[in-house]
Design a protein around this ligand. Structure first.
Ligand code: CO
Length: 150
């Protein structure tokens, strides 16, 4: 089911999200809906608070594939990249953000199993953007030149 994407101004986007503790049917339904919502919106990533659920879960859809990260945490961040971002919760805008060029995260999948992953370039950028959402941070807080998207 496609869910409505919350827009900037809604306080749920500014909350520090709670860790996921129950890897149950409800979580699976949420993740399935987030995947469908992200694909329909043709975005690179979507965080649970963007569909109004303040828990630590994100989905990312990039060249490397489709990923679900539950309770993700950075292990390290290396290098720098500067480039354009947008956000499905900040429609019609873009801005350039400085991000690490390479990151390592640990996370759980929808079954609660633990993994680690190294990402670089745009994949790393997407992860950083989505993990910020879990702490109530929007890219517009970090971008120097938020502008109308082309
Ligand atoms: Co976003």
């Amino acid at each position: 089911m496609i869910r409505e994407i919350v827009q900037v101004g809604d306080p749920v986007l500014r909350r520090k999200c709670e860790p996921v503790t129950r890897f149950d049917r409800e979580l699976c339904a949420l993740l399935d809906d987030m995947k469908e919502t992200l694909k329909a919106a043709e975005g690179a990533g979507l965080a649970a608070p963007q569909v109004g659920v303040p828990i630590r879960a994100v989905v990312v859809d990039v060249e490397e594939g489709y990923f679900e990260f539950i309770n993700p945490k950075f292990v390290w961040q290396k290098g720098e990249q500067y480039g354009a971002e947008g956000c499905l919760s900040v429609r019609g805008k873009a801005g350039d953000v400085l991000r690490p060029s390479k990151v390592k995260i640990i996370f759980q999948d929808r079954n609660g199993d633990r993994y680690s992953l190294v990402a670089r370039d745009f994949f790393a950028r997407a992860i950083c953007h989505e993990l910020d959402h879990l702490d109530g941070v929007l890219y517009t807080d970090k971008a120097e030149n938020v502008r109308p998207a082309e």
